[in-house]
Write a protein that binds this ligand. Structure first.
Ligand code: HEC
Ligand code: HEC
Ligand code: HEC
Ligand code: HEC
Length: 506
């Protein structure tokens, strides 16, 4: 090999070339370093808090002055434009889409009104407007307890601190109307001094404690799901914790599977309501989203809720967490393609295929359940006795619990497709076995033909079939929206105006 010196002696321009190249590289490196320093300086500048946020500050806009990017992305949960095949940001009237639900929930509030959830921005106003919360005229009026506010507002930790947790769960829903005005937000998930993620809802902390676990020991990555598990979970109102209180409790003591929770409820003989047609002691699954997600491959590989629903976003060189929690299909590039190399269309198709496959059997199970409820009613009408009906009613309870568990674990068909299918399949088996027993009982009571399937082609027809006067409910609700809600908001505005003098340092 020739030496460098002899090479440059013969070709002097080569030395000049190397010299210039070196200068170029050094210059570019310098540019890069300066840009990094500049971004760092920007980041430091952006993160200088403007206000000192007090411990229970419920107002998202006050936090937003310190963290404008996170706040602005949070505000975008108000967007209702995106629609995926089955979900998306818009409110969907599920009783209209699927009137069978009205019959499955006969005798319970959900038969009046059930919409598929939309953005966090709407949590308070949607609760005001839901027919399920009724039209209370006074603080002690109305069908719902105060516990219903628990997953709606950063005013919850504030009132729990002021009045005590048990008292929070003891009042009527209307009692807290003037207090609950800020929709799901910063104080639900963040500790104001450090901005660390935190669990603010006692039910989750207590459920961990009863399982012998300390939630404070959860890892950083686990916290990126546990903040969601404060609300996107199965729960019930436990009347045996504190006298007079509807104490919010997660039924996880025997485990977090559909069977373990069923066993938990069966052992304490808990029911949410008695079905208006079949008289079965029913369970209403709330939204076991976290529990179902835990059974899926993403959870098992350590992917958190925030990885898909709150991906990182860049704006002016600043990287931050997108707080527009929504269907990740509206943002596949940041949500999925960080880990997967497939095309966006392929990834969306992967989601839709799983949803289609599961919905096929879910609908079948719904139909079987409608049959079972009307057949059980027929049996009662023909004089069936309680001992004759006991097994049948347990069958209906268990089959519908499984259907509801799968249907209400929003996103479950993608989060854990095999588990969701399994839950529906066991529901179908139980429903079929129950209907065989029902057919035998009906025959022994002298009825040897099929019981006709009701005409429930629309929401209105289904509500008429179960004898629900929705028009009356809607009229009362309109009155409530016109007279009571404005007073709540006015009272809240006065209270919040008084915070400004004491808490923020503007
Ligand atoms: C304080 C309770 C609470 C917490 C905490 C919470 N959610 Fe929600 N979430 C809700 C409620 C209530 C709704 C339905 C709001 C409505 O429809 O008015 C909802 C709706 C949603 C939706 C549907 C939005 C749409 O556009 O369809 C998604 C997605 C979602 N949440 C994801 C998350 C994720 C991810 C987390 C954790 C990072 C989380 N949520 C934390 C209560 C909560
Ligand atoms: C449902 C829970 C939830 C709510 C509500 C929420 N955040 Fe966050 N926030 C998160 C998660 C999860 C992260 C990511 C944390 C991490 O991995 O470091 C985060 C990160 C942040 C960060 C750190 C910087 C960044 O962007 O990653 C700031 C600042 C922040 N949030 C501000 C806010 C503000 C302001 C609000 C209210 C407008 C808010 N958050 C509401 C869950 C939440
Ligand atoms: C943080 C990384 C990460 C993100 C974000 C992520 N995935 Fe995955 N995904 C994984 C891992 C890990 C697996 C398991 C594959 C394995 O271990 O071989 C997986 C598996 C899958 C599978 C096959 C599992 C099944 O259900 O049969 C599909 C489909 C999938 N992901 C789609 C998506 C979609 C769609 C999104 C966005 C909404 C997404 N993933 C977001 C990491 C991720
Ligand atoms: C691997 C990515 C991924 C993870 C992890 C994940 N999700 Fe999802 N989630 C999705 C996808 C994809 C959908 C389906 C969206 C659609 O159909 O438009 C979805 C749907 C949802 C929905 C219904 C959304 C709607 O528009 O109505 C909610 C609520 C939800 N997820 C909450 C959660 C919670 C809470 C966690 C953690 C316990 C979680 N997700 C974990 C990808 C993910």
């Amino acid at each position: 090999m020739k030496s460098y010196a002899s090479l440059t002696e013969r070709k002097p321009w080569l030395a000049w070339l190397l010299f210039l190249l070196t200068i170029g590289v050094v210059f570019l490196l310098g540019l890069l370093a300066s840009s990094i320093l500049e971004r760092r300086a920007e980041a430091a500048y952006v993160n200088v808090p403007k206000n000192e946020i007090s411990e229970f500050e419920p107002r998202n806009e006050v936090w937003g002055e310190n963290y404008p990017r996170e706040y602005q992305s949070y505000i975008q949960t108000a967007d209702t434009l995106f629609k995926s095949k089955y979900n998306g940001n818009a409110m969907i009237d599920m009783l209209e889409v699927d009137p069978r639900l009205v019959v499955l929930w006969a005798g319970y509030g959900f038969a009046k009104d059930y919409n598929q959830g939309r953005g966090h921005y709407y949590a308070i106003s949607d609760l005001h407007e839901s027919l399920r919360t009724g039209a209370p005229k006074t603080a002690t009026d109305g069908p719902m307890p105060s516990t219903c506010w628990t997953c709606k507002s950063p005013d919850v930790p504030r009132i729990m601190d002021e009045r005590g947790i048990a008292q929070f769960y003891t009042d009527k829903w209307a009692e807290l109307g003037p207090e609950m005005v800020n929709s799901i937000g910063c104080a639900d998930c963040h500790e104001p001094k450090t901005m660390n993620l935190t669990v603010t809802r006692p039910a989750l902390i207590e459920a961990f404690e009863r399982q012998g676990k300390d939630i404070k020991k959860a890892s950083y990555q686990e916290m990126r799901s546990l903040v969601c598990a404060q609300c996107h979970v199965e729960y019930y109102f436990n009347k045996n914790v504190v006298e007079g209180a509807n104490y919010l409790t997660f039924p996880w003591d025997k485990g977090m599977s559909v069977e373990a929770m069923e066993k938990y409820y069966d052992e304490i003989k808990f029911k949410d309501w008695t079905h208006a047609l079949s008289k079965a002691p029913m369970l209403k699954a709330q939204h076991p989203g976290y529990e179902m997600y835990m059974k899926g491959i993403h959870a098992q590989r350590g992917v958190s809720c925030a990885d898909c629903h709150m991906p990182y976003k860049s704006e002016g060189g600043q990287k931050f967490t997108d707080h527009k929690m929504q269907s990740p299909l509206n943002n596949i590039a940041n949500s999925c393609q960080v880990c997967h190399r497939e095309e966006a269309a392929t990834l969306a198709l992967n989601v839709y295929e799983r949803q289609d496959q599961i919905i096929e059997n879910r609908d079948k199970l719904e139909e079987l359940l409608v049959h079972a409820h009307v057949e059980a009613k027929k049996a009662w009408d023909l004089g069936a006795t309680e001992p004759q009906m006991e097994n049948i009613l347990t069958g209906i309870r268990h089959a519908q619990w499984r259907w509801d568990y799968a249907a209400a674990s929003h996103g479950g068909s993608f989060h854990a497709p095999t588990e969701t299918s399994r839950v529906i399949a066991t529901g179908i088996t139980i429903a079929q076995e129950t209907r065989i027993e029902l057919a035998r009982l009906l025959a022994s009571l002298g009825h040897n033909k099929p019981v006709p399937y009701p005409d429930i082609a629309t929401k209105a027809k289904a509500q008429e079939f179960i004898g629900l006067d929705v028009e009356k409910l809607q009229k009362e609700k309109n009155e409530f929206m016109k007279t009571v809600v404005p007073k709540w908001l006015e009272e809240a505005e006065k209270r919040e105006a008084s915070y400004d003098q004491t808490t923020s340092m503007k």
